[in-house]
Design a protein. Structure first.
Length: 277
């Protein structure tokens, strides 16, 4: 604990010096708004390292993420709004308040009960009449849909069987086809959004995250297309010179190679924690 405290204190001193009168010109010029994008980027870089199962890189990326917290805390302390210690105190107090089954006498037996209790306590603390009123607006759409659905599911507003969710996806697809056939562009856009929302619901119901699934599919698509690029360049041609039929044939070839390779490498079953702070 002493070493941890020493390292945190050193980090805070370094950040204060960088922002000080004789510090770094770039660091001194920054505002909460100017480094807003860094906070988002560092989160995704940490997730990339975690997904790659590279613990050394993951540690470094978490450090970069912590730097963003320290940076914002230092700027806020300069204007007397809050500091790093108050941030730590705030989250520590919140954890104690929202775990009365650990730090108090309340009793719960399952994770589902814990999440319901968490939402009830949070709603009371925020004095809010809606459990979905404070969903962050900056969340990517898939993450936002997932978060909304998980919140309402915790209070019982959810499907009973996966077959019902699949039926909803099929229903939305039929309505999308109908809108496309009618030529009603506005209706088509609405139905396409409904279909995406239903697909997110299916992923969530099965204990998965649509954002992760789509990112995985994007990575798979990119890898296959890069195989097409390499094959075309190896032949001395350009992609623009190939016919669609030729590109399709290369795509199928890449797809079959990847399928054979994937069958030889069993994937571990994923464990998904749906808790959201």
């Amino acid at each position: 604990m002493a070493t941890q405290t020493k390292n945190i204190a050193r980090l805070l001193r370094i950040m204060a010096r960088l922002r000080g009168p004789k510090g770094c010109p770039w660091d001194r010029e920054q505002t909460h708004r100017s480094i807003r994008h860094n906070l988002i980027e560092e989160c995704y870089e940490a997730l990339d390292a975690m997904d790659a199962d590279n613990m050394a890189e993951f540690r470094d990326e978490l450090g970069d993420l912590l730097l963003q917290v320290v940076f914002h805390a230092q700027m806020a302390s300069e204007t007397g709004e809050f500091n790093f210690d108050s941030i730590a105190k705030s989250i520590a107090d919140k954890l104690v308040r929202r775990h009365p089954h650990v730090f108090g006498r309340k009793r719960v037996d399952t994770s589902i009960e814990v999440l319901k209790q968490w939402e009830a306590i949070k709603k009371k603390e925020k004095n809010s009449h809606s459990i979905v009123a404070e969903i962050p607006r900056s969340l990517p759409a898939l993450l936002k849909a997932d978060k909304v659905q998980r919140k309402v599911a915790r209070v019982g507003f959810d499907w009973r069987r996966v077959d019902d969710v699949v039926a909803k996806v099929e229903e939305e697809l039929r309505e999308l086809k109908g809108a496309l056939a009618s030529g009603d562009r506005r209706q088509f856009e609405e139905e396409l959004g409904d279909l995406l929302f239903a697909a997110v619901n299916l992923a969530r119901f099965e204990g998965l995250h649509a954002e992760e699934l789509l990112n995985r599919t994007i990575s798979k698509f990119v890898a296959r297309f890069q195989q097409i690029e390499r094959a075309v360049h190896k032949s001395g041609r350009r992609l623009e010179d190939c016919t669609l039929e030729e590109l399709d044939a290369l795509w199928e070839s890449a797809k079959h190679r990847n399928t054979r390779r994937r069958k030889t490498v069993p994937r571990p079953r994923e464990q998904v924690d749906s808790r959201r702070r």
